[in-house]
Write a protein that binds this ligand. Sequence first.
Ligand SMILES: Cc1cc2nc3c(=O)[nH]c(=O)nc-3n(C[C@H](O)[C@H](O)[C@H](O)COP(=O)(O)OP(=O)(O)OC[C@H]3O[C@@H](n4cnc5c(N)ncnc54)[C@H](O)[C@@H]3O)c2cc1C
Length: 470
Amino acid sequence: MSEPNSRRPFHVIIVGASIAGLTLAHCLSNTGIEFTILEARSDTYPDGAGLVILPNGARILDQLGLYQDVLDQGQCMVSHSTWLGTGHLLRRVDAGRIRYLRRTDYPVLIISRRTLLGILYTRLQRSLLFFNRRVVRVVSSPDKVTVHSADGLSVSGDLVVGADGVHSTVRKQMWHHIRKVHDANSSSRWLIEVPLTDSFAGIFGVAQSIPGLDRGDIHRTYGHGWSTLLMVGADCRVSWFMSISRIMMPGLVPRHTSDRACVSRIVEPFLEKHVTSNVTFGEVFNRSDSCIMVSLEEGFQNRWSWSRFVGIGDAVHKMAPNIAEGANCAIESAASLANHLVSFVNGSPLYTEDRLISMLKAWEDSRKRRTRGLFIISQCAIRIEATTSWVLKLLQAFLAQCHETGIGLLTSITSRTARVDHLPLPLPQQSSAHQLLNKEHENVWSMQLSLLSLATATSLMFYVLHALLL
Ligand SMILES: Cc1cc2nc3c(=O)[nH]c(=O)nc-3n(C[C@H](O)[C@H](O)[C@H](O)COP(=O)(O)OP(=O)(O)OC[C@H]3O[C@@H](n4cnc5c(N)ncnc54)[C@H](O)[C@@H]3O)c2cc1C
């Protein structure tokens, strides 16, 4: 029999030890909330190319005491250039000119996914993390939840958190329970799992250094049915990804493959395309040690929690990678869930299901307000950048002119940006000289803001019209 609520600590079972799960674990450390992490992988450092840490993610990592490591091992963005596949430069923006970046004190940081996970893992109390534990079943009752792994382990707790990525088993188990309890044929949107879409395939890779691609540079290229993003890291290695519209793909291709011959066949038509004026995609691909093709699923779930289940990160808001918010939003969702859990536990020692459900609902509603907007922007971004429609192509050049403002707005820290409430905010380091500079750019900024709003409105209008007409 389980102990009365008031006599035992609240126990969270986190499924998935990647960006969302490990961040949540760090946020819960030293709060009095117990946690266990179950991870399917057998090793600590999985594959993956480059990630960008934006100020919203950086501030949380700073609060957790991890930011200095990220800064030391990452590379600050120096410039962001937008190209056409012909090698024509649409726009180059120097990082120093992006006003919001100067204001937040956090640069846009390029870091490999492997390095970031290494930092999150190394600084955690590891006795609470179990590798080789693939969760296959979750059983929920009014007073506890029990999580079962494929190898027969079972762990009970007060709440299970699905931080297990886009194909989340926890999410699937939650829906299994929902369908059992509610009418399985109901058409209410709250009772239907949102299916993932995969209109694009993504190929990720890491290439050895390439002459002409300098440390800290980010290069974005728009093609016909494809787009690329290249990020040059601290070691001059180039992390890259290519999004390809499904309509450009030959016949049957696997959803996920790291088979070089298969990936080579898929990228063959793009090898001659330019990713900068002097570098072709073929040069980047041929210098890549590793590459992997995955489906670029997108999905924003209507329901993030139910009973003693909750999801964070890609499990509930899987975005296209073009605006680089996937990992940063996962960090934010983890921090904001931790805030609600800490208030919940401090509020009363009674961890009843009813109290838990209303806390999770409040968290979910507040998080959705912030995340939905970013999800829609990521949907628009990938469709405009890798479009085959000449109508949307007209927008590419226009949007490229607004990148400075776009990056500024996307990276800005607002009142809705999550932080860890129980940890102090890092001290501002902004100098008065910076503030003066900011004032000088105020007028330019207002003009750019209006331009961006106009561009966004126009893009959305074209996007909707285009979708309706097809
Ligand atoms: C292999 C891989 C490579 C990626 N590379 C890039 C990249 O180069 N650039 C980029 O911008 N984005 C990349 N992404 C996406 C980006 O990292 C995500 O947006 C971000 O990591 C979201 O974090 P998450 O913790 O929600 O999910 P994920 O990072 O997907 O992590 C989910 C974790 O859950 C574990 N898991 C899954 N199922 C179970 C289960 N049943 N039981 C226990 N554990 C389970 C997985 O092993 C994984 O560790 C990559 C994602 C993956 C999975």
